[in-house]
Write a protein that binds this ligand. Sequence first.
Ligand code: ADP
Ligand code: MG
Length: 566
Amino acid sequence: MTDGAHLVVDALRLNGVSAIYGVVGIPITDVARLAQASGIRFLGFRHESAAGHAAAAAGFLTGRPGVCMTVSGPGFLNGLVALANATTNCFPMIQIAGSGDRAVVDLGRGDYEELDQYAVARSLAKAAYRVDRPADIGLAVARAIRTATSGRPGGVYLDIPAAVLAEVVDDEIGAASLRCVVDPAPRQLPAPDAVERAVTLLAGARRPLIVLGKGAAYARADDAIRRFVETTGIPYLPMSMAKGLLPDDHPQSVAAARSLAMRQADVVMLVGARLNWLLGHGEAPQWNPDAQFIQVEIDPSELDSNQPIAAPLLGDVGSVMDALNRHPATPGIAAPPPWRGLLHAKVVENKVKMAARLVADTGTGPMGFYPALRAVRDVLSHHRLSHHREVYLVNEGANTLDLTRNVVDMYVPRHRLDSGTWGVMGVGLGYAIAAAVETGAPVVAIEGDSAFGFSGMEMETICRYRLPVTVVVFNNGGIYRGDDANPVTDDPAPTRLLQSTRYHRLAESFGADGYFVTTPNELEAALQTAITSGRPALLDCLIDPADGTESGHLTNLNPTVVKEPA
Ligand code: ADP
Ligand code: MG
């Protein structure tokens, strides 16, 4: 005889799931124990949303759905933030939650943690499934994996009522229900005439531009993308999680001339990138109003969602890039030298400006963001050169996010995890834990002090599993900045946080190595030591409270900025 809980674990194991991220409680505690006994790693968190974010990051990093397991009701809801975020970011993820007795829940009779979880999850996930019989568990897990991974990846909710977990069934019935998903994300080849149309458009462009998004990074088509970019000589812009797909110091990267490239490009090829708010919806004046768009995309309904797409290339990035590389006209595409020259000059000019900011000294006070990031950048590149391995970089915050993205270059694909499509806070420590668990490599999380607060207790999780994660808190004492006054009452301004908080002591109490640093040189030395130690560590970096812009680079999205009482 077997039961629902055993079948869940058997089904996950059969499909190669190697880790589950979650928080135990009624009714899933035994599922976690059984998972451990079966050889699946269970990573217990302090909050379900961090566990969910870890599962989502595992999905992005491995291309297989990360699995998060939560209890019913509030635990389920806590995890749902991550499931929705994973769906928005197109990361494959499965949230499994135990649930209550439907006979009680559906009549609103007041069950323990009563909630119609299935109905709630449906509107926030790519799909939701509920298992009503233990003999369907194999089917349900297979369906969740297929849905999470195929086409545009996303989050899938799998609801398993407590009674189904406990129900005993015959071994043979249980075994018969198990199935291993074959080729979870089948290749999707583009139509030849679509390829023809795109190549013709690119060949006639005077100012072509390629935009690489995190869908391109996720696709693991690194060689094909690089070949196309280098054969055609077309300048490219990496979106933030596509940094490193080609090394950031690649001569064709125009990241440092982003505005100019967007304003002037006449043919823009989007590769696994959406024309959403992060790209100003493709609109003027950020973009050339006459630009024509080519879009390499796996989800047909994404096309034309903002600008008309002159040449849709529907398919997976790998298959599309292969088809483009094989097209006889591709070797003849050559980005015109005047365009390349124009962008190159701007890149050089902006890099000089950036270099000046990085060495700027704030004088006697605490360091500014730029000099701090110069130290981070130097340590990371030193580590890469001496260990031939890049660390994973996790990054969230406002100014901390914007500035780190611009200062810290990436050299290998899928090593940067950040706030993503929603610009969400709270992903930091969950993402860092997943990166360490899934890859075994050192991880550095660059966190704003506010951003850190959302998942800071997971420092204990990092210590409990002894993960090689270094958390760097840029402590400027607030959201955006730390010196706002409240002109009306004695309460602190809404943006204020206590800069006197010693985050490194919090981490030390869990057993991590703590460092308190106030200068770029101290930061450099501490970060170097922390990464090489392979131990959990936290650096509390005192940053000038006056350094920081409200809303970071998104000032334009703030509806009103009230500085004085009326
Ligand atoms: P960014 O924020 O970096 O611009 P987005 O997440 O907005 O990237 O866009 C990623 C796009 O990539 C989504 O529209 C998604 O459907 C698409 N995508 C994801 N995986 C693949 C794939 N394997 N092949 C093609 N497109 C993909
Ligand atoms: Mg701050």
